[in-house]
Every structure is written in structure tokens, then in C-alpha cells.
Design a protein around this ligand. Structure first.
Ligand code: NDP
Length: 465
């Protein structure tokens, strides 16, 4: 049978765009449908606008710290509306770049909501991006579902009053008081953004420390850093209700502790695959808990010829991972060789100020495989000696005792994500502590500490799960 396309991608986010472009570069006839934002969550409602807002939130501390260096700069007024407008201009520039990248690669673009009719047929109907789009039917030999995820909020009385990250990027004004629920990536990052721009922030989360799953020393360091920023942390706590008051404010009741009075309730309680109205069930694409599409090692779903990549598969929900999955799939389908990536050593970063970043195993994870040597350093970075901030930098290496390979690196401090990107190469390459030790540092930097930690801080015995 002759199909309209060799490959049709549903969703023009990070993973979908990469998959479409690489497949087209291999000579495939490729189409892509997008229902709301070219570039997807990362570009429009995620990483990119978030990073711009984190940047905006750091200048107040810069002004304060500059006094120690002889400046008499005074903090000024921050214009939220100007920030959002500037951010939106940059995002719309990036939207245009995504569209032209796809067009230049020879990919055909469709605006609208795509739905599967069968394993080789799609219907594309109107969507927010193109409400007047005429319905179209398209056939494709292979289909890739790359629709991403959407914020999840738990069901509790008054939850309709809460916003999520989707709205946080477009608030008409900055709330004076914000109550953020969730101690994961988004909760921690937005707590830093709002606090840096002058809001009073309450951060409510269930565990004892933020960032479940990260290394315990990094979590403890982040907890301290959040405190230093004046953010009120409500640990081991969950909200039970949200009530709207006559003055427009809100009261958040907690399972223990005093209720929180606030102007904005922001839930950052995870994301779920965006699988609604895709026709998955009708076509037989298998999903499990929370809508996650089940895929094999080639990203193929339970239906032959239908693939899924990125957050919709809920493997490791990070932009560079979705990009790698899309690239690998396009190579697998249309090229002779497949580029390889090391997913096990995917570096991660949480853009608080100061940021936290990790690559490889936490101490706890590494100890499940065997005894580990721990190298831990806490120091006052040079900027803070004159600047006056009591914030310390924390660095940690986790070394497998038997092989002496550095299996994990963790840092909280200025530029941690920039430093960790370089260290990720060493951890991915499986270099030993001796290799790190014979590397000469760059002086004076914080990063040099990673190659000068000579004395083992402690030994952690093999602790099987
Ligand atoms: P996370 O999974 O990082 O964190 C979710 C938080 O919500 C956790 O603290 C979790 O608590 C809490 N939570 C979940 N359910 C409930 C509930 N019913 N009641 C109270 N608390 C609850 O999700 P985020 O929303 O922060 O971010 C979504 C994803 O987006 C991330 O996992 C990441 O993949 C991606 N992301 C990546 C970024 C980056 O790379 N810098 C930045 C932002 C997002 P508990 O720990 O107890 O489960």
C-alpha cells in the first residue's frame, strides 16, 4: 500500500522534532503534527522560560553581594510584566526557529490535534494552535507518538484554585505570597524564582528533604540552601484543602501545622503522559499506570509500526533524553548505523540558586552494588568571601571501592550544571579516581576541588537493597 508518509510524528516537542529531522535527513518522507506549541513543553512551558526566569531572579542577590566588592548599587524595582513580555518574545523567536528547522529538513508541518484511526491512519482536527483547521486524514507507514506530558494535580477540596507550571509562566502579576506544593524539580526551581523576585514563599513537600531520589548529602545541602534563601519549608507535610477567601487570597490547610495564607497556590506534583484523545485504546496501544505508553527497547509500542518517545513513555523525563530517544529511533528506522547514548549516566540539574546537579549514582544506589569510598567537600566559594553570603558549596564523589571507578558526582553551588556536564564525560567513560587525581585543576575555581579531593571522607559498606 502507498502511504502519504514514511513516518508521521505526533507532537513537535524536543523528541518529536529531533526524530522528524533525523528521519528526513536519512531520506524518509516525514510529516509532523503539533496541536499547541512548536517546540513543545521545554521551549514554551518548561526548561527555556524557566531558565530565563531563574536568571531574572538572581540579580537581587548580585546587587546585595556587590557591596562587599565596593559597589554602592541599590536594589531597584522588578517589573514582572516586562520580564514575561521579554520572555515571550524570546519564546516566539524560538518557535519560529523550530518551524524553519523542520521545514528546512523537508518535513511537512500540520497544525492541529492528531488522533489514531488505525495503525497507519491519522485524523488531524482543530486545536488551540489552529481552531479553524479543516479536518484531514493522513496515512503513514510508521507513526511516532511524542506528545509529552501534562501537569498532574491530586484531588483535594479546592484544587480548582491551584495553578500549575502551565499558568505560572503567564501570571498577570507576581504574587506577593506563593504557596508551592511539591519538593521536586519544578517546586524547588519556582520557589527560587519567586523568592528571588521578592515573593514570600512557602514550600510544602512530603519527604523529609526535597528532591526524592537524589543523593542524600545533596538533598541536605539543598534543604539548607532553601532555608538560607528565606523560603519557609514545610517538610513531611501534605495539603488537605484549599479555600478561597473573600479578599481574593487563599488558605491552604495542611495535614499538620498551621494553615498557610497566600495569594497563589502552585501545585508542582509531577506530570503525567498526555495521552487523552489520541485513540490509543481503540487502536490497541498498551498503556499502564497514569497513561504511560509501554515500549520495547526500540521504542515500539504494543502495535507494530507505532512508536513512542519522550515523556509519554515515562522512562527518564528530561529533554536531552527525549532528543536522544528520537534520534536513536530515526536512525533505527532509516539508517544503517545507530548512534549510542549512555542513559545510565544522564546528568541532571535543578536550577535553584545555587543550583544542584548530579551525574551517575547516589551513595545509596552505589552501595547496593558494593562498598564505596566517599569524598565530600564543603567550602565557601570565593565570591561569597567578600560578597558575604553564608552559602557554602558542596561537592561529592562516590567511588566504587573495588574498581576505584568514580560512579557518581554531585554538587550544589554556583555553575554546578555547567561543571557537571564536563564531569559527566568522565563518569560515562568510567574513569577511576586515580584518573581524576592526575588531572590538573584550573585555579582559582570551585571546579578544581573535584580533582583535588585527596582524603576519603568515609567508607560506606556494601548495603544490598
Ligand atoms: P517531580 O516528580 O520532580 O516532583 C513531584 C513532587 O510532587 C514530589 O515532591 C512529590 O513528592 C510531590 N507529590 C506527588 N504527588 C503528590 C501528592 N498527591 N500530594 C503531595 N505531593 C505530591 O515532578 P515536578 O512536577 O517537579 O516535575 C515534573 C518532571 O519534569 C520532573 O520529574 C522532571 O522529569 C521534569 N523537569 C525537569 C527539570 C530539569 O531538568 N531541571 C525542571 C522541571 C521539570 P514525593 O517525593 O513524596 O513523591
Amino acid at each position: 500500500m502507498a502511504y502519504d508518509f514514511d513516518l508521521f510524528v505526533i507532537g513537535a516537542g524536543s523528541g518529536g522534532v529531533r526524530c522528524a529531522r533525523i528521519a528526513a535527513s536519512h531520506g524518509a518522507r516525514v510529516g509532523v503534527a503539533e496541536s499547541s506549541h512548536w517546540g513543545g513543553t521545554c521551549v514554551n512551558l518548561g526548561c527555556v522560560p524557566k531558565k530565563l526566569m531563574v536568571q531574572a531572579s538572581t540579580y537581587g542577590a548580585d546587587v546585595r553581594d556587590s557591596h562587599g566588592f565596593g559597589w554602592d548599587t541599590q536594589p531597584g524595582h522588578h517589573d514582572w510584566v516586562a520580564l514575561i513580555a521579554a520572555k515571550d518574545r524570546e519564546i516566539s523567536r524560538l518557535n519560529g526557529i523550530y518551524v524553519s528547522m523542520l521545514e528546512n529538513a523537508g518535513v511537512r508541518l500540520f497544525t492541529g490535534h492528531a488522533r489514531l484511526d488505525d495503525a497507519h491512519t491519522l485524523s488531524i482536527g482543530p486545536s488551540t494552535l489552529d481552531p479553524d483547521a479543516a479536518p484531514r486524514r493522513i496515512t503513514a507507514r510508521r507513526i511516532v507518538i511524542a506528545v509529552g506530558s501534562t501537569p498532574f494535580v491530586p484531588d483535594l477540596p479546592g484544587i480548582e484554585h491551584a495553578i500549575t507550571s502551565d499558568q505560572a509562566f503567564h501570571l498577570p502579576r507576581r504574587p506577593e505570597r506563593v504557596c508551592i506544593v511539591g519538593g521536586g524539580y519544578i517546586g524547588v526551581e519556582f520557589a527560587g524564582i519567586f523568592a528571588g523576585l521578592g515573593s514570600t514563599v512557602d514550600l510544602v513537600y512530603r519527604p523529609h528533604q526535597p528532591l526524592r531520589g537524589f543523593d542524600a548529602d545533596l538533598r541536605a545541602a539543598l534543604h539548607e540552601a532553601i532555608d538560607l534563601r528565606g523560603i519557609r519549608q514545610h517538610r513531611g507535610t501534605t495539603p488537605t484543602a484549599i479555600e478561597r477567601r473573600a479578599d481574593g487570597g487563599f488558605v491552604v490547610t495542611l495535614n499538620h501545622g498551621d494553615p498557610i495564607e497566600t495569594d497563589c497556590v502552585f501545585f508542582a506534583t509531577g506530570r503525567r503522559p498526555k495521552v487523552a484523545q489520541l485513540g490509543l485504546e481503540e487502536v490497541g496501544v498498551r498503556t499502564v499506570s497514569g497513561g504511560r505508553i509501554v515500549v520495547d527497547r526500540h521504542s515500539q509500542t504494543s502495535v507494530e509500526g507505532i512508536y513512542a518517545i519522550g515523556d509519554v513513555t515515562n522512562r527518564l523525563n528530561l529533554t536531552p533524553v527525549a532528543i536522544a530517544e528520537g534520534h536513536i529511533l530515526a536512525d533505527h528506522l532509516f539508517a544503517d548505523s545507530v548512534r549510542e547514548w549512555s542513559f545510565a549516566t544522564t546528568p541532571k540539574a535543578v536550577f535553584f540558586s545555587p543550583p544542584a546537579s548530579s551525574v551517575g549514582l547516589s551513595e545509596e544506589e552505589a552501595a547496593r552494588n558494593g562498598a564505596v569510598d566517599i569524598y565530600l567537600s564543603r567550602f565557601r566559594p570565593m565570591r561569597n568571601t567578600l560578597g558575604g553570603s553564608p552559602q557554602r558549596t558542596v561537592m561529592k564523589l562516590v567511588v566504587d571501592q573495588a574498581s576505584q571507578k568514580v560512579v557518581g558526582a554531585h554538587m550544589l553551588g554556583d555553575d554546578a550544571p555547567e561543571i557537571m556536564q564536563g564531569l559527566a564525560i568522565a563518569v560515562t567513560a568510567g574513569l577511576t579516581k586515580q584518573d581524576w587525581d592526575r588531572t590538573i585543576g584550573i585555579h582559582p575555581t570551585s571546579a578544581e576541588e573535584f580533582v583535588t579531593m585527596r582524603t576519603r571522607t568515609r567508607e560506606t559498606p556494601h548495603t544490598p537493597a
